[in-house]
Design a protein around this ligand. Structure first.
Ligand code: NAD
Length: 503
């Protein structure tokens, strides 16, 4: 799917074929097998992957997924998507992705910790982790807890001489060098993208939509990190009605709008959405995909890839699809949707809030200081001084208003502000390119990404002009060695069992 969209975009750019080939291919791939001792004493061989798609900017960046479905092709595709995503939102990283082929629900916390720590050691062995090389983040099946294990393993075993070791991973808990706002960043970014898109009068008129998110009916698929926060911010900040939430084992609906917080509490307590007292109808497990066909203005697929395909695309009633998940709409489905006049805002734009905020977390780790720590009080004092002058001119504010007007920004305020700015800019860039080339927003995103990446290569002075090129030039800076490791290294290797807890 990613390569298909790449090829569509390639027709609209003025980039030499050899550079396009350079951009398209994955730079480094690692596959590792390692043992873990299960709680019942048996040894299980675990398979893990890491793909670094592009070293045009370093470090590489991309999540780590724990899922049965993880394989080499998926990791490679998602890594390339990360490259284009970072370029779309002007985050200066190359793309990467990692994964472990396990269903985390089938392992105890101790087993998951052993697996995560050993995987970190394997990544380090092959130069696939480090604040200057490759910085993982959470993805499906992983969260702040796993990131804390990765950071702890990396910094305590390998980061002794590296003052920036904390920046080896993002999405960490606050106590481990995380940043305020990272947890909700992807869902919040999705809200900013939707709000920015619907704020353009000409765009809304072209697609036959009313402006703004206020009052719009929204259906969300997947009520995990992305889906929950997307629903929360679309309703709380955007005034939208969440008329349906769809999970794999149940789905609930209410035309007036569901109470997102109450539904989340119910989901956490019961493990299913069904039975929620605030819903007016529901779908049983096994039929929940039908929930995507609910009449609504905006559909937010935030669970898995390929949820809307040629089989159900014709029955989708939403006017706007905002992709929270990676690749939830197949290319064939997208063609059908466009014929129907349904607009798709692509994953590389809509869910780029996570990597944007990860960039801020990495910057915080490198600068070793919380955003706003040095300037907050100074800003507050300046505002108090300014307000006192305004009050002298006869304006009187209530104590509550004074507090609001003079407050200096917290780290969360700064992160939200940076996120909104980044997402809005990316939407505008995408709209401009889509109009200029008369292409879908997905192809527009790819066009922008390809142009930025190719400029990065050519401005670096390499490769040479087309007429003199004989062999594909090497990338600058030099990547770590390209590895395709099929078997675990010999036990004599110094890092063969660095944690001492996996076997
Ligand atoms: P998550 O594990 O927190 O949530 C996924 C949710 O989807 C879970 O509640 C799960 O039960 C549900 N789900 C699984 N299969 C389903 C199905 N068949 N139908 C309906 N619901 C189903 O994962 P997440 O972090 O929210 O990621 C979701 C998607 O967003 C993935 O494609 C991921 O790659 C992408 N993404 C996540 C982030 C991030 O920061 N978390 C950033 C960018 C992209």
């Amino acid at each position: 799917m990613v390569k298909l969209n790449f090829d569509l975009a390639a027709k609209h750019v003025n980039i030499r074929p050899d550079i396009l080939e350079l951009i398209k291919n994955c730079d480094s791939l690692v596959r590792v097998n390692f043992p873990v001792r299960r709680d019942d004493g048996t040894i299980e061989t675990i398979r893990g992957y890491r793909a670094q798609h592009s070293h045009h900017r370093l470090p590489c960046k991309g999540g780590i997924r724990f899922s049965d479905e993880v394989d080499l092709q998926e990791v490679e595709a998602l890594a390339s998507l990360m490259t284009y995503k970072c370029a779309v939102v002007n985050v200066p990283f190359g793309g990467a992705k990692g994964g472990i082929a396990i269903n985390p629900k089938k392992y105890s916390v101790r087993e998951l910790e052993s697996i995560t720590r050993r995987y970190t050691a394997e990544l380090h062995r092959y130069g696939m982790i480090g604040p200057a090389k490759d910085v993982p983040a959470p993805d499906v099946g992983t969260g702040a807890r796993e990131m804390a294990w990765i950071k702890d393993t990396y910094s305590s075993l390998f980061g002794g001489n590296d003052i920036n070791a904390e920046g080896c991973v993002t999405g960490k808990p606050l106590s481990q060098g995380g940043i305020h706002g990272r947890t909700e960043a992807t869902g919040l970014g999705l809200f900013y993208v939707t709000a920015e898109f619907l704020s353009h009068k000409d765009v809304c008129e072209r697609h036959g939509m009313s402006m703004g998110t206020f009052g719009k009916a929204v259906v969300v698929q997947g009520f995990g990190n992305v889906g929950y926060y997307a629903a929360k911010f679309l309703s709380e900040m955007g005034g939208a009605r969440i008329v349906g939430v769809v999970e794999y084992n149940g789905a609930v609906f209410k035309p007036d709008g569901l109470d997102v917080e109450a539904l989340k509490a119910w989901h956490l307590a019961k493990g299913t959405l069904n039975g929620f007292p605030g819903a007016t109808s529901e779908l049983p497990a096994g039929r929940t995909l039908e929930g995507l066909e609910t009449p609504c203005d905006i559909l937010v697929p935030s669970a898995l890839e390929k949820q809307i395909d040629k089989n159900n695309a014709r029955r989708i009633k939403a006017k706007l699809i905002v992709e929270g998940a990676n690749g939830p709409v197949t290319p064939m489905a997208e063609d059908i949707l466009y014929e129907k006049g349904c607009v798709v805002l692509p994953d590389m734009l809509c869910n780029a809030g996570g990597v944007t905020c990860s960039y801020y977390e990495w910057l915080k780790n490198l600068s070793h200081v919380r955003f706003g720590r040095l300037t907050r009080k100074w800003e507050e004092r300046s505002k108090v001084l300014m307000l006192s002058q305004i009050e002298k001119a006869g304006v009187k504010l209530s104590p509550k208003e004074v507090k609001e007007v003079t407050a200096g920004p917290s780290e969360r305020d700064i992160v939200y502000s940076g996120l909104e700015d980044t997402m809005s800019d990316a939407v505008v860039e995408t709209l401009v390119t889509a109009k200029k080339h008369n292409v879908s927003y997905r192809v527009a995103g790819f066009i922008n990404a390809l142009n930025k990446i190719s400029t990065c290569y050519t401005d670096a002075g390499k490769p040479k002009p087309a007429s003199t090129v004989k062999i594909l030039p090497r990338r600058v800076p030099l990547p770590p060695p390209c590895l395709f490791q099929l078997k675990p290294p010999p036990p004599s290797h110094p890092f063969s069992n660095p944690t001492g807890i996996t076997m």
